[in-house]
Write a new protein. Structure first.
Length: 83
């Protein structure tokens, strides 16, 4: 479980972005590349400590592999015979 506030903020931004990308039509391979790039950028900029980044990566991968996070939101059905 993440406990550092900066790590939690990054995690929330990342997971929101992953879900948004999924809803726009990107698939698992694209999301995985995005995740790897995000983590590489975090390591390069030293925004948080290395041990926090490792834990962040584990949690993000767990989020990515959980199918319940990427269920399609049911769209409302158009009413037929309304006119």
């Amino acid at each position: 479980m993440l406990q550092d506030t900066a790590t939690i903020r990054h995690y929330q931004k990342l997971t929101d972005s992953l879900v948004d990308m999924w809803n726009r039509g990107y698939r698992l391979d694209d999301l995985r590349l995005y995740l790897e790039g995000y983590i590489a950028a975090m390591r390069q900029t030293n925004t948080i400590e290395a041990f926090h980044i490792h834990r962040f990566e584990e949690e993000a991968i767990r989020f990515l592999h959980d199918p319940s996070n990427f269920e399609l939101v049911p769209q409302p059905q158009a009413e037929t015979g309304y006119y």
